[in-house]
Design a protein. Sequence first.
Length: 255
Amino acid sequence: MSDSPTLARLCRYPVKGMSAHDLESAALSVGKALPHDRRFAIAHGSTTDLPPDGGWAPKANFVTLVNCAKLAGIEAAFEPETGHLTLRRDGRQVARADITTPLGRTIVEDFLRAYLAGEVRGALRLIEAKEDAFTDSLDGKLSLINLASIRDLERVTGHPVDPIRFRGNLYIEGLPAWAEFGWTEETKVQLGKVGLKLYKRIGRCAATNVNPQTAERDANLPLALRRGFGHFDMGVYLQVTVPGTVRTGDTLTVS
C-alpha cells in the first residue's frame, strides 16, 4: 500500500444544489470544470440578471442548499448520454425527463415547483450552462477536499461530518490535515498525470449545515470552523494546467 496521498473519491453534481454522482474516472481539460459538473441549475423565478447565452452567473440566482435545505431530500441521477435526469424521493422515482429539451425541463420544473412550494421565489426554471459550469466561483472550476482536514473538524464538532456537505470534486486521503492551505499559486500539484494549480481557498456558508442524508439543518459548520481554526474555509479551488484523465486511486504529488 502506498503512503502517498491518493484520490479517494471523485464526484460531480450535475444539477447545482442537488445530490452527488460518484465517478471512477473523468477527463479534465485546461480551464474547465469536471465534465457535466453543475451543468444545470435551478434559477429563481424572480432572477433577472442571467446571461442570455447560458453563461456563468453568481449562486444568488439559484436555488441551492443555502436557501433551500429541502432540495437535499431529492436524489438526482443524470445520464449524459441521453440527457435524462431521474429524480427520486425516499427511493421512489418522482420524475424523469430529457432536460436538454424544453419539454423535459418543463416536466422537471413542474415537479420541483410542487415539491418546493413555499420554499422558493417565483416560478423556478431549470437552466443549462453552455460554456462555463455553474460553479460558485467563475475561475475556480475544480474543488479539492482534504479528508484529514474534515477529520480535524470532527474533533472540534464532536460528531461525524459527511464530506459531501462540502460538495467537492476531488476527495483526497493521505494528506496531513490542512496541508492544502500551505499551497500557493506557485505550488505544482499533480494528480495522476493531470497538472493543477491553486486558485484560492474555499470559504464556507450555511449550505454546509444541511445534512445530505436527512435534508435537515443539524449543524453550524462555519461557526465550528471559526471557533476551532479562526477561519471559515474548507478545501481549495484548483485550475487544470495539464489535461488528462483522473481516476480514483491516482496519486497526488505536491512540489
